[in-house]
Design a binder for this molecule. Sequence first.
Ligand code: KG4
Ligand code: ZN
Length: 343
Amino acid sequence: MIVLGIETSCDETSVAVVRDGVDILSNVVSSQVDLHERFGGVVPELASRRHLESILPVLEEALRDAGIKLGDVDGVAVTCGPGLVVALLVGVAAAKAISYILGVPIVGVNHIEGHIYSNILYHRELSPPFMCLVVSGGHTVLCRVIDHGRYEILGRTRDDAAGEAFDKVAKMLGLGYPGGPIIDMLAKNGNPKAVRFPKARMKEGGLDFSFSGIKTAVLRFISSSPGVSREDIAASFQEAVVQALLQNTISGMDMSGDRDLAVAGGVAANSRLREALEDVARRKGWRLFIPPPSLCTDNAAMIAAVGYHKLVRGKSSDIFLSAYPVLPLSNWDESGERGVRIP
Ligand code: KG4
Ligand code: ZN
């Protein structure tokens, strides 16, 4: 089954062609970083307009790269939330038009589910149940993947997402956007023990995360301690975030008894997080799964992979599918007819 994936939830326009949920025939990503860089974050209206300009050229390139014609597509999977509504709507409208013209099914996909499936897509030996840590610019979620499409959320951020904290701290330090990769690079030449920033975890609230406290602590530190290098601040901040992600993940793994840990989302590309996770996995005897950086960040191949698993299970949406800024990970109604119902 050939599934066309479409992703426009934030600042990447992406179209991919995936065969049978595992073979990536193409995965074209058109980044808007140049557009949002000077604002230090994504401007929704600008993102939407750029998606509109890019969607057809990106679609054409994805078909060309895959060596197929549009008529060869058996189903269309599109991110319908969570994300920026004005951005999501561009992908959803394109997907509906393709599905209507070809007479093939369309299925709405949760963006976070896409990140989780980047692991199932890339690591053929991975199958549920497993634990997944999703760490991106918009989300920080620790969840158990019980089965395809069935999730149990153990922890999520109460405020900023991990990637968002990286981006905001980079902005405070006068670095570029997105901040995560720049802090990652800078931290390699810094001392992670130079500054003790507060733990980015909740004192109460189980395995939830909180990154706003550490962000404020960095801001205060910058204005009160002018002598400390940006490298040291970056390394110390990064270490505090990594330790919070690590501690909650270890607690979740110990509680559930899982042996397989998957990590996904843009922050999964962070070299210090990877190193710390590899170390703990070796000590605990876990299998650790992290996709390559191109599948960690937003891309449509992961959306097509979710779509494939939904379509083979007989789940699809209809022409009433819309875009949803907030969308639960499971227990929502893919058939757009009645909209999204949160139980
Ligand atoms: O998953 P993603 O592409 O988009 C969202 O769904 O949000 O993640 C983007 C986020 C940005 O906040 C970016 O700063 C962060 O991932 N990121 C990183 C690294 N590479 C990307 N954060 C830390 N270290 C990195 N190497
Ligand atoms: Zn994402």
